[in-house]
Ligand binder design. Sequence first.
Ligand SMILES: Nc1ncnc2c1ncn2[C@@H]1O[C@H](COP(=O)(O)OP(=O)(O)O)[C@@H](O)[C@H]1O
Ligand SMILES: [Mg+2]
Length: 234
Amino acid sequence: MSYLSATHMTGGYGGADILHDCELSVEKGEIAVIVGPNGAGKSTAMKAVFGMLNIHTGSVVLDGEDITKLSPQERVYKGMGFVPQTSNIFPTMSVEENLEMGAFIRTDDYKTTLEQVYEIFPAVYDKRHQNAGELSGGQRQQVAVSRALMTQPKLLMLDEPTAGVSPIVMDELFDRIIEVAKTGIAVLMVEQNARQALDIADKGYVLVQGTNAYTDTGAALLANPEVRRTFLGG
Ligand SMILES: Nc1ncnc2c1ncn2[C@@H]1O[C@H](COP(=O)(O)OP(=O)(O)O)[C@@H](O)[C@H]1O
Ligand SMILES: [Mg+2]
C-alpha cells in the first residue's frame, strides 16, 4: 500500500456527489500531480483527503492507518500539511510570523525547522521581516508552502501553488517543490500548468467530473496522444 492511499472516494458538499470513486496515492519522496479541467473536482478531492469534506464511501489511509474519520486538525497531527488554493497566508502578519503560526501544533522547539525551511526557500528568509501581504504572488506562494512545512508534514498537499505566477516564477517554485520531495516528503499537488507539472511528476492523475480518467507516470501521460489532445492542448 502507498504512503497515502485514498480509495473509492465518493461524496460532495451535501448536494449531488462531486467525487465518484476517486482514487489518489503517493509515496514518500515522490510528487503526484492532479490535473484536469476547471470544475473537475481537483480541489474537492484535496479537501476529501484532508478531511474537509464528508465522503460517504471510500477511505483515506496514511502510513497504513485509516484516518477517514479524522478531522483536518487531527490529520495535521498525523503528518498532513495542506496549502489551500486561496487565503493561504496571513497578509497583515510578517513572513516570519506566518511561519511561526504554521508551527501552531508544535510543543517542541521549531527553530531548527524554521532554519531548514529558510534553507530551502532563501527568498522567504530574505523577506522574513516584511508583511506577507506586500510580497509578489510567487513569493506569497513560497511563504504558504513554507508555512505548511513548519509542522514537519510527511505528506504535503498543494492546491495550485503556481496560480497566477509568471513562467519563470513557476519554474522556481517547482524547483523548490522538487527539493522538498527530495527530503522524503510525499507531495500531492493540483496544477493548472499541466504540462510543466506532469514534467516533474512521478505520477499523474487526470481528473474529469470527479472521476479518475487517466493515471500513469507523468512522462507517460505527457506522451499519451489522447491526453495531449484532450487535456494538454495538443
Ligand atoms: N463549497 C462548495 N459547495 C458546493 N459546491 C462546490 C463547493 N466547492 C466546489 N463546488 C463544486 O464542486 C465542483 C468541483 O469543484 P472544484 O473541486 O473546485 O473543481 P476544480 O478544483 O477541479 O476546479 C464544481 O461543480 C463546484 O461548483
Ligand atoms: Mg480548484
